[in-house]
Design a protein around this ligand. Structure first.
Ligand SMILES: [Zn+2]
Length: 609
């Protein structure tokens, strides 16, 4: 899409702030209000047309049409089979009935097209060129059926054309099935921002005035980048105003050298350097084989490591990507740092050191196996930040949610003013570890600028794991991934790094069911312990925290549908290599569906006790 834009369009997209500063954009919009709609050549839909569009696009109508296409396909095969099996008179008698059924189905298809044409208008409806072919096939099919019903004695030539033509109709089935697949993978949840962006994109399609299209691009860009309330660029000479307004942005992003990691070369080096890391042989073998595998068993890794899996994983990955050079430190400092981090994880059922190891390792799966390093052109510094964020993201977790800490007026909630309490606490503690223990200070040799960038990036990723911001952040990322100026290796990189850590944090349902089930039992055990505390303290019992009413299987079905699927659909938008793993969500959902009854019984037996 970018390639088809003229240079002037591109310039204006790159420099939207300049436009607004001069007031050109707003002036143009004022003028537009005076131009009659006809001159703009735009077609705005009436309320009735919009209602019909929504109805046609609804899941129930689409499914009904697909069902009808299915029946139609079966009918075609039945006709062809009967023609072979029966003698001519017998077949002629049966074929009249079948032809009437066919006629009925074709009339429904014609009606669907007619309603679509009414709702969207000819130009918009046939923008999808395949629909022209669909219409042609249906009209010709109708012609043949009427011909057949009017006159039984068709010539041999017509019969052959008819037979060939029948198979052409199978096209319809494939086309409709594709529409269905698209519908079933698209998440139905959307925020107002997404709806506005969708509306603006549709508006752009019906407008012909180039200058107005540019204005719409500007709007989409600002909404998609969450920059609605950001100041435009100030004049360079107004230094005082710049000083006041950019206080929080000191030392921000200078152009960074991008180095891609030559993995093969690294691999050879790693094997030679492994000895000095003192990683137990069996752990090393496991990591060598599965460090970027979604299906590694984190519990097995922890067991083989004697509880030090997080430390060994980080040492292995630092060596693998040669990250010591980013920090100019020796492996022993890295070891000391992650030993401290590991010790800070409490022995919670879920939020413990194995979860940290699991999230860091899943980040590495997305970085390496799903090629985020290549797509985002990540340098060693970026890789280090993602892996560190994964490892520290739940440091010191008390096994209680933000809601509990806030409701119980916990010291942490008071310290962080109820705002992303735990997500503020985790990185804060992990930076303190470094600066209070010299032997473990991985940041000591960094320049001030580099330290600021690394710190900013890590904190951003850990904050992104706060579920309170999940829906709004995901909506913005979706808009960015779909935007014409999307830059996974440039201005969108940090946002995608944030999503890589957040999606790894909710990735349990993408894994094998055996591992996933263990995590589920652990997380609910933790929630239920919190629920018991809430009951004791007379606090409201949080969602999923009541052990007497929460059905484990049902809870997971909701988690997959409302959180995990939309998250990984977004990941798929920029990491297409994730596609084969997406089906695990449906497979695991099916397994939970089978278990809903079992957990219902369990709950009933607890309640009657
Ligand atoms: Zn976590």
């Amino acid at each position: 899409m970018l390639a088809s834009r003229s240079d002037s369009q591109l310039r204006s997209l790159e420099n939207p702030d300049k436009q607004t500063m001069r007031g050109e954009s707003s002036k143009r919009s004022d003028k537009l209000l005076e131009i009659p709609r006809k001159k703009l050549n735009m077609r705005l839909y009436t309320e009735q047309e919009q209602k019909i569009q929504n109805l046609i696009n609804s899941k129930s109508v689409t499914i009904s049409i697909i069902a009808l296409v299915g029946i139609y396909a079966i009918l075609i095969f039945v006709i062809v089979a009967l023609e072979e099996l029966m003698d001519e008179t017998e077949f002629n008698n049966v074929s009249i009935i079948l032809s009437w059924i066919e006629l009925g189905i074709l009339i429904v298809f014609i009606l669907e097209i007619a309603v679509g044409l009414y709702a969207w208008g000819v130009m918009k409806y046939y923008k999808d060129k395949w629909l022209i072919l669909d219409t042609l096939i249906i009209l010709l099919s109708l012609f043949f059926v009427i011909f057949e019903l009017a006159d039984q004695k068709t010539s041999n030539v017509v019969k052959v054309i008819q037979a060939v033509f029948r198979f052409l109709r199978i096209f319809l089935l494939i086309r409709k099935a594709q529409t269905f697949r698209r519908l079933s993978t698209i998440s139905t949840i959307s925020t107002p921002a997404e709806k506005i962006v969708r509306f603006l994109s549709e508006l752009k399609e019906v407008i012909e005035l180039e200058s107005m299209k540019l204005d719409i691009d500007y709007c989409i860009d600002k909404i998609g980048n969450n920059q609605l309330y950001q100041m435009g660029k100030l004049d360079e000479d107004n230094a005082e105003a710049m000083g006041w307004l950019n206080q929080s942005q000191q030392g921000k992003s200078s152009v960074r050298k991008i180095v891609t990691v030559d993995q093969q070369q690294q691999q050879k080096k790693v094997l030679a350097n492994f000895q000095k890391l003192n990683i137990p042989k069996r752990v090393l073998e496991l990591l060598d084989k599965q460090h970027d595998d979604l299906y590694i068993d984190p519990f097995e890794c922890d067991k083989l490591s004697g509880g030090e899996g997080l430390v060994y994983l980080m040492l292995f990955l630092f060596e693998n990507y040669n990250l010591y050079d980013v920090f100019l430190i020796k492996p022993k400092v890295v070891r000391s740092y992650f030993e401290e981090v590991m010790r800070g994880y409490q022995d919670n059922p879920y939020h413990n050191r194995v979860h940290a190891q699991d999230v860091a390792q899943t980040c590495n799966f997305l970085l390496n196996r799903c090629k985020f390093i290549e797509i985002g052109q990540l340098d060693e510094q970026d890789i280090a930040c993602v892996l560190i964020a994964g490892a520290i993201h739940d440091y010191g977790h008390p096994g209680l949610t933000n809601a509990f800490l806030i409701n119980s007026k916990n010291d942490l909630a008071l310290t962080y003013n109820d705002q992303s309490v735990l997500e503020m606490f985790h990185p804060s503690q992990c930076f303190k570890i470094a600066w209070t223990n010299q032997k473990a200070n991985i940041f000591e040799s960094l320049t001030f600028q580099k330290y600021r960038r690394i710190r900013e990036s890590i904190i951003s990723m850990v904050l992104s794991t706060d579920m309170a911001h999940h829906a709004s952040e995901l909506a913005i990322t979706n808009s960015r991934v779909a935007a014409p100026d999307f830059e996974p290796y440039g201005k969108d990189k940090q946002r995608l790094m944030d999503l890589v850590v957040h999606s790894s944090d909710v990735s349990n349902p993408t894994k094998s069911f055996e591992i996933y089930k263990q995590w589920t039992e652990r997380v609910l055990t933790e929630f239920w312990l919190q629920g018991d505390k809430e009951r004791e303290l007379g606090l409201p019992i949080s969602y999923l925290c009541n052990r007497y009413t929460t059905n484990m299987a049902e809870a997971q079905l909701g988690f997959i549908d409302y959180v995990v699927k939309p998250t990984f659909s977004c990941v798929l938008g920029f990491l297409p290599a994730f596609e084969p793993y997406l089906e695990n969500l449906d497979k695991n959902k099916a397994k939970w569906q089978e278990l809903v009854g079992y957990y219902k019984q369990q709950l009933a037996s607890i309640q009657t006790q």
